[in-house]
Every structure is written in structure tokens, then in C-alpha cells.
Design a protein around this ligand. Structure first.
Ligand SMILES: C[S@@+](CC[C@H](N)C(=O)[O-])C[C@H]1O[C@@H](n2cnc3c(N)ncnc32)[C@H](O)[C@@H]1O
Length: 300
């Protein structure tokens, strides 16, 4: 079995969560299991781990280092469903490491990459939900533009949506390469398809909705003093996490003259500014380059 994903900000995650012997942790984005394994190596009594990608779970169950270890409770589901999967369990630390794994990204048949010919799929969970093909079939120009804009603030979202749907309806977009070619050739460092592909992936998987519904529920599941760590890879995700953390910390986030938000202080923010990879990590793992880590501690 070839393991492809290098866990991002591994030391920082362990330090912020303060993993200790006998603690109970949840890894809501298991991937190839690097963070979960590190929790267990530090003496965790149990790690409840989840991934919405069934193939990630199966791959680990077939060849993972700690497969069969009773302390690792691995389940297939979206992280918004985790509270209903853990009974009455409360956690000393919870990790959410967002985005896709390296394996997902480079697997041609999953359709996440604009560098290889793949199907219009992009689902992290291939057992449910609409594919990119279905999303494009069912969206109006305005709806698609809103999805692209809301997920990534992409400035040309209206024009791009018009162009994509025009070519799609003419039957000219059948694969990820057709889609990428529409966005023009690479110039400079980043391929022009980078952000649009991310926006479409986030839309297909409803990634921002997953974050919004899960962060408050995750805090509910922390023990007093327990930590929630979230790693994001794009500014819209990071902004959303920052805003949700502020809300959970009781800061007024409503822009009304009279405050309408509940100001219930459930957490303390431990990262005023997000933590980013060190130059050394960037050197060894260039895919970590846009990672940002934020952490809150549940109030006693
Ligand atoms: C960046 S990778 C995690 C890598 C992992 N921390 C490691 O060290 O190998 C993100 C993983 O989270 C999963 N994922 C993303 N959103 C999810 C969600 N809403 N629910 C459950 N899993 C999700 C993806 O399928 C992917 O396997």
C-alpha cells in the first residue's frame, strides 16, 4: 500500500490539542490517518475517526498501521453526522483538517484534478449526493455563479458560469480536461482552473455548509478545557471558521445597531492569528502552503 498524504501541521495539532495519555479524541477528517496515528502514539485511550470517503476507510482497514487496533474507532460518515455516531462520548480534543487528501486530489477517476482526464464527479463520498455532472445539469447560470462566488469569492464568477454552462449544454464538456481547457492555458505560477475547480468541488460537497453545522456541535461534544482545532486551505473557509469561533466565544457578530446574537461564551480563542506551516514544513510538503490552523478551548 502506498501512502500519499503528508499530514499537515502535525506537531502544531498535537501541541494545541495537548494530547495526553488516556485522553479521548475525535479526528473528523481521517484521510490516511496520520493525525489519528499521532494521537494514539501519544497515548490516547481512544480516537473516534470519521471520513465521508468510503475508499479512505477501506484502504486503511486493509493496510493501515493501526488497523484492527481497538482504540481506533473508524467510521464512514460526514462529519456533520458525527454527534449521532458517538453516543454520550465527550472529547479532550477534536480535529477537523479540511479539504481533500493527496490521494483524492491526484486520483484521475475521482475528477478533482484539472491536470488529468477524469469524470465530472468530484464527490468525496461516492456513495451519495450529486456529481459535478448533475450539478451542472441542474443549475441555472445564476445559481452556478452564486456557488462559485460564495465558495471562493472568484471575481469572474458570472462570466465563468455563463461560459461553463454554454459549453456544457452544447455537449463540449465531458471530462475535467474539457472543463480546465475552457479556463485557458497556464500562465504564471497558478493554473487559471485552480480556484474554479476548488469552488466546484466545494459546491458539489457542500463543504461550507458542513463546517457551519459541525463547529458548534463539535464544541458541545468537548469536555471542559477540551480543544477544537480546524485546519483550512482557502480564505473563505478560514473566514467562516474565524467567524464561527468568534460567535462561539461570545463576540457580537451581528452588524445590527441592537445586538441580536446570543453572546453565549462557550469557548476561549487560543489563536488570535492563524498558525501557518514553518518554512521547513513548506519545503518538505509544498501542499501545506495555504494551510491555516485555528484553535479554541471549551470554557470550564
Ligand atoms: C486533508 S484530508 C485529511 C488528512 C488527514 N488528516 C491525514 O493526516 O491523513 C481531508 C479528508 O477529510 C475528508 N472530509 C472532508 N470533508 C469531510 C466531511 N464533511 N465529513 C467527513 N470527511 C470529510 C476527505 O474525504 C479527506 O479524506
Amino acid at each position: 500500500m502506498e501512502w500519499l498524504h503528508k499530514s499537515v501541521l502535525l506537531k502544531e495539532v498535537i501541541d494545541f490539542i495537548v494530547v495526553f495519555t488516556g485522553g479521548v479524541y475525535a479526528d473528523l477528517t481521517f484521510g490516511e490517518g496520520g493525525h489519528s496515528e499521532a494521537f494514539l502514539a501519544r497515548g490516547a485511550a481512544a480516537v473516534w475517526a470519521f471520513d465521508r470517503d468510503l475508499s479512505a476507510i477501506q484502504q486503511y482497514q486493509e493496510g493501515g498501521n493501526l488497523r484492527g487496533d481497538p482504540r481506533l474507532k473508524l467510521q464512514h460518515c460526514r462529519f456533520s453526522q458525527f454527534p449521532e455516531r458517538v453516543g454520550e462520548e465527550k472529547f479532550d480534543g477534536i480535529l477537523i483538517d479540511l479539504g481533500v487528501s493527496t490521494r483524492q486530489l491526484i486520483s484521475q477517476e475521482r475528477g478533482f484534478t484539472f491536470q488529468k482526464e477524469g469524470p465530472l464527479d468530484m464527490r468525496m463520498d461516492q456513495t451519495e449526493g450529486p456529481t459535478l455532472q448533475e450539478l451542472l445539469s441542474e443549475s441555472s447560470e445564476e445559481e452556478l455563479a452564486d456557488l462559485i462566488w460564495n465558495n471562493t469569492d472568484f471575481k469572474g464568477s458570472r462570466a465563468l458560469s455563463r461560459k461553463i454552462l454554454h459549453h456544457f449544454r452544447e455537449g463540449k464538456i465531458k471530462t475535467t480536461l474539457d472543463l480546465a481547457n475552457l479556463m485557458g492555458p497556464r500562465w504564471g505560477k497558478a493554473h487559471p482552473a485552480t480556484v474554479p475547480f476548488m469552488a466546484l468541488r466545494m459546491a458539489v460537497n457542500q463543504e461550507l455548509e458542513e463546517i457551519s453545522s459541525t463547529l458548534p456541535a463539535a464544541v458541545e461534544r468537548l469536555k471542559p478545557g477540551g480543544k477544537l482545532v480546524v485546519i483550512t486551505f482557502h480564505s473563505t473557509e478560514d473566514r467562516l471558521v474565524k467567524r464561527l469561533f468568534q460567535q462561539l466565544a461570545g463576540r457580537c457578530i451581528c452588524k445590527e445597531r441592537i445586538c441580536l446574537c446570543s453572546k453565549n461564551e462557550r469557548v476561549k480563542i487560543l489563536t488570535k492569528k492563524p498558525v501557518e506551516p514553518t518554512p521547513e514544513e513548506l519545503h518538505h510538503n509544498p501542499r501545506s502552503r495555504s494551510a491555516k490552523l485555528r484553535c479554541v478551548e471549551k470554557k470550564q
